[in-house]
Design a protein around this ligand. Structure first.
Ligand SMILES: Cc1cc2nc3c(=O)[nH]c(=O)nc-3n(C[C@H](O)[C@H](O)[C@H](O)COP(=O)(O)OP(=O)(O)OC[C@H]3O[C@@H](n4cnc5c(N)ncnc54)[C@H](O)[C@@H]3O)c2cc1C
Length: 496
């Protein structure tokens, strides 16, 4: 056990730094002082625009007004990701946040749908999903209803740099101290190795009891100073480069992200209110930077408004995300490509985990181990979900896709795929932020067809099942008339 924690230093002021500062201050109030050090000269990674629904909980906890948030971050609504060309070129499917169907009995909806399909149902799995139907019509509205059939979970697309600034305002108003400067040295206690302070390049010293490393991909405190290893996952996820470029906004913005697979790698298209975010993720083993630039620029659907910017990364995680008196949050804790928009969520869950275990009276090894075990599980389940997209492909147009199909898989993922193929079964780990509906959409969307469904679905007479399916289908379509064009929603909603 170390000494009580009274002064927390956050190193780094990107999205991770300011999300951490805002939440810590909100939760801990004046019981600790919080100082954030950042360098405008070094800057932030400056990409990252798509999120998943739990961000609403984070914003609500901070008391953020959704309208002001959307206005200030140039935000739009995200109902789903449309995956294009992932199984084979020319085909697409949606991974929606709603999830098709509804609760019907012991097992998940997809088992009943599989049985109904065998009995002649022609509606696709996604026809039972309001998020999907709204995406097709490019519409959204906040439907005020308690009926779970009309649930339409959503997240946001936004400019993450502006989100950081939005949170900075709140954090500073609440008493977080911001210090501008470049961290040059990190000081450690000779015996314990605990970090005692940081020194800026103009000689200023900042001392603290507890340090949060939000320095981005460099992991200045956790890896460079404490020497924690990086678990390299590039043998499973070989993409090591991205190029990002903004382009002019569309006349009409879509309420979903597009993820478009290319012969090597994939491209994102994210609609914001002032511009589109675009980028390509690829592996330098298979594609040169010049080829990547060409692919990206030839596949923009509006005029580029800047030069493409290259970002290098190594997929993996910092092996101990809490070591001594340092916790790594954000890109310093690991990197997973943005295929399922999970990095900002990992920031959120890291901060919440830390808040639950905040070492007020001092750090104990038990806390560190629990924190690290949970973080590891969370990173690994997301990793497996991302590998799934690559592995389950039938593309024949390049060595890249053939190699991705033939990679050996983490055991847990191999088991999950086998269980789904055999019995449409989905095993959810507690740490998995993606529930049954997400796994099923990606597996079925990419062509995995289960051999069987759960016997519980057979307890329903076929005719009653088909009737129930008809009713659900109709019910899911009912709210569509209450939706409006996505842009109209954003304009009206943020105008008030
Ligand atoms: C190509 C790409 C696309 C992405 N897309 C998404 C997405 O769609 N959705 C999503 O959720 N996430 C996405 N991410 C991840 C997302 O961008 C990051 O999780 C998020 O921006 C947080 O970054 P960060 O704050 O950890 O690091 P950074 O933004 O790099 O911030 C690091 C901070 O540390 C400071 N710093 C570093 N060294 C020093 C020093 N020596 N002295 C002082 N200050 C220092 C910097 O000045 C900066 O303030 C994407 C990432 C990449 C690379």
């Amino acid at each position: 056990m170390s000494k009580p924690i009274r002064h927390v230093v956050i190193a780094g002021g990107g999205t991770a730094g300011w999300m951490t500062a805002a939440l810590l201050k909100k939760v801990l109030g004046n019981s600790v002082s919080i100082e954030l050090v950042e360098s405008e000269q070094i800057g932030i990674v400056g990409v990252g625009e798509a999120t998943i629904p739990p961000i609403q909980i984070f914003n609500r906890f901070l008391g953020i007004d959704e309208k002001a948030f959307l206005r200030e971050t140039n935000g739009t609504i995200k109902l789903a990701i449309k995956f294009e060309n992932w199984r084979v070129p020319g085909e697409s499917y949606f991974h929606t946040f709603g999830g098709p169907g509804t609760t019907m009995g012991f097992c998940s909806f997809h088992h009943y749908w599989l049985k109904a399909q065998q009995a002649g149902l022609t509606d696709s799995f996604w026809d039972f999903d309001l998020n999907y139907l709204a995406c097709l019509e490019e519409k959204f509205n906040k439907i005020n209803t308690q009926n779970p059939l009309y649930d339409m979970p959503y997240a946001y697309h936004f400019d993450s740099a502006l989100y950081g600034q939005f949170l900075r305002k709140q954090a500073e108003q609440n008493g977080v101290k911001r210090t501008e400067g470049i961290i040059e040295h990190v000081q450690q206690n000779e015996q314990s190795g605990f970090i005692t302070g940081i020194q800026l390049n103009d000689g200023r010293q900042i001392r603290g009891d507890f340090f949060i490393d939000c320095t981005g991909l460099s992991g200045l405190l956790i890896r460079q100073t404490l020497g924690v290893n990086y678990e390299d996952w590039s043998h499973w996820l070989p993409a090591d480069s991205a190029q990002a470029v903004p382009s002019e906004r569309h006349a009409e913005t879509l309420p979903y992200t597009r993820s478009i697979a290319h012969p090597v790698g994939w491209q994102w298209r994210i609609p914001l209110t002032h511009r589109n975010g675009n980028g390509i993720v690829y592996s330098s083993q298979y594609l040169t930077d010049e080829q990547a630039t060409e692919t990206l620029m030839n596949n923009l659907d509006s005029r580029a408004i800047d030069e493409p910017r290259t970002i290098r990364f190594k997929t993996g995680r910092t092996a101990q995300q809490w070591c001594k008196n340092v916790v790594a949050i954000g890109l310093s804790s690991g990197f997973l490509e943005p295929l399922e928009s999970t990095s900002i969520h990992l920031i959120q869950s890291g901060i919440i985990r830390l808040m639950k275990m905040f070492p007020n009276q001092g750090i104990s090894q038990a806390m560190i181990e629990l924190y690290n075990a949970e973080s590891k599980d969370e990173f690994e389940t997301i990793r497996d979900f991302i590998i799934l997209h690559y592995h389950v492909n039938e593309r024949e147009d390049s060595a890249f896709w053939r190699d991705m199909r033939n990679l050996s898989l983490p055991t847990r993922l191999e088991q999950k795929i086998a269980a789904f193929k055999e019995a449409a079964a989905i095993f959810n780990e507690q740490s998995d932020i993606f529930r049954d509906a997400s796994w099923v959409q990606v597996m079925m969307g990419q062509g995995l067809t289960p051999c069987d469904y759960h016997p519980a679905a057979d307890t329903m007479e076929t005719s009653s099942l088909l009737d129930a399916m008809r009713q659900i289908h109709q019910a899911k379509q009912q709210p569509l008339s209450k939706l409006m064009a996505h842009d109209e929603f954003i304009q009206r909603y943020t105008a008030t």
